[in-house]
Design a protein around this ligand. Structure first.
Ligand code: ATP
Ligand code: MG
Length: 445
């Protein structure tokens, strides 16, 4: 294993210290798998024969978050490492949490893990992989296989149903037939898992390569119709071939996911949800397939789904905003300048622009609106795109306007004229407002 200078080197130091104190200590699980696949591990977990108390005594800075499960966090500088005592898990209370743990040897610890490729240890001092579960063979063959009897392992912990699909997706592996058929039989049990854990798996899957295949695996296993029925409903929703020669809404969404490269979770989710409003708005009018108002409906659906999965308010607002706005990009060349400038200054504009670009390249292929917006961004770069409004609500009240719902659109209209350069200073803005108000009151008489 190449330890480099970063976290791997520090993790090696922790193992060495444990070994010098007479304990067995290995790198364990995901980091061994990633390293053998020549990927840089995100985290290094360490498994050891030392008890949690022993670990606390050996290292100056520790956190006892999971002490009753045998896990101590060792803090070294900015980095944290999970150091877990080799353990076996007792019976599972609720399909998710073991009711007790007790300490054991490395072999039993390997066998309580979920999939063979996640059950490997590595001894960095001897430079040796320790494999009790056939993980190396499966890693070479690119196979996700439950350790032991698949049904029992999924029965113990239902999150593993989703983890099987997520690892197959992210690693680009096949799921071994007995493991796969257990997932396909037990898909409904995913409801025993908390929405937060489901959310974390979905995000991990969508933000890594292979997300398009992951979505397919979710659908084929029937997990998708349990956790995201609104996405499953996009299957077989046909679209006008002139705009979407690539196929139905589900196929289009998968093609978009395939275009993502290291996306933020907001972009990945915006892609997943951008057309979620299409199935319920499908209508054939004069022989044409239409999806009127699918963007605003899709935004409301996105909010409901993301709330169900316990995303934060900020995440929900950002993603639902992208969904709501995505059809406006088709009109940008006809937009008045003020409206265009407001679009360009939305805090999520870059995200929305990227969503639009991917939407186009995976359907009709026309990037003229994208090119237009890029050019406008350059053109406006020197100008102040978001000047302070020349007048506000107080000014309107002073001119005699009653506070109420008419005020906001009126101020926006004046702001647009300011952005377009038609109103240049405060006096001109006040004069325009006064004039408009006078005309309105005349009309009302
Ligand atoms: P990643 O961090 O990239 O998601 P990972 O393999 O490190 O992948 P973690 O969730 O960090 O996954 O868990 C670390 C290790 O703990 C796994 O490799 C596996 O051995 C074990 N593990 C984690 N979750 C489970 C589970 N639900 N059932 C059994 N073993 C698990
Ligand atoms: Mg991990």
């Amino acid at each position: 294993m190449e330890l480099g200078q970063g976290k791997g080197r520090i993790a090696y130091g922790i193992v060495k210290r444990l070994a010098e104190a007479g304990y067995v200590a290995y790198f364990a699980g995901g980091c061994v798998r990633d390293d053998l696949m020549h990927e840089c591990p995100g985290d290094y977990d360490i498994a050891t024969s030392a008890s949690p108390d022993d670990v606390e005594k050996l290292f100056p800075k520790t956190i006892a978050v999971g002490k009753q499960f045998g896990v101590i966090i060792v803090v070294e500088g900015d980095a944290q490492f999970e150091v877990a005592t080799f353990r076996r898990e007792g019976s599972y209370r609720d399909g998710r949490h073991p009711s007790e743990v007790s300490f054991t040897d490395p072999e039993e610890d390997a066998k309580r893990r979920d999939f063979t490729v996640n059950g490997l240890f590595y001894d960095p001092i001897q430079n040796k992989v320790i494999d009790y579960v056939g993980g190396q063979k499966d890693l070479q063959a690119k196979i996700i296989r439950a350790i032991g009897a698949p049904d029992e392992r999924f029965e113990e912990d239902k999150l593993r149903l989703l983890r099987a699909v997520r690892f197959a997706s992210v690693l680009g592996f096949e799921i071994e037939p007995a493991t796969w058929s257990a997932v396909c039989r037990r898909f409904q049990e995913i409801h025993d898992v908390s929405p937060e854990r489901i959310r974390d798996e979905i995000v991990k899957m969508l933000t890594r390569p292979g997300a398009d295949r992951g979505l397919d695996l979710l659908s084929r296993s029937c997990l998708l119709k349990e956790i995201l029925p609104e996405i499953e409903a996009m299957k077989n929703i046909q679209q006008p071939p002139a705009f979407h020669p690539e196929g139905d809404v589900f196929v289009h969404t998968k093609l978009m996911l395939a275009q993502l490269k290291n996306p933020s979770k907001e972009l990945a989710l915006a892609v997943l949800f951008h057309d979620v409003g299409k199935p319920p708005t499908l209508a054939v009018r004069d022989g044409h397939i239409t999806f009127y108002e699918h963007a605003p409906l899709g935004a409301r659906m996105t909010e409901t789904i993301m709330r169900r999965l316990r995303f934060s308010n900020d995440e929900i607002e950002t993603v639902a905003g992208c969904v709501e706005n995505h059809m406006r990009f088709g009109d940008v060349q006809k937009m008045r300048e003020g409206k265009l400038k407001r679009l360009l200054t939305r805090p999520t504009f870059e995200l929305e622009l990227e969503l639009h670009r991917i939407d186009c390249v995976t359907s009709h292929g026309h990037l003229d609106n994208y090119g237009f917006l890029k050019a406008k961004q350059k053109e406006y770069a020197a100008e102040e795109l978001k000047p302070a409004p020349l007048i506000n609500g107080h000014d309107l009240i002073r001119l005699g306007m009653q506070p109420g719902p008419d005020m906001k659109p009126f101020l926006e209209e004046i702001y647009d004229l300011q952005l377009e350069g038609q109103i240049k200073d405060k006096d001109a803005a006040l004069a325009y407002a006064q004039n408009q108000l006078r005309m309105k009151s005349k009309k009302a008489q």
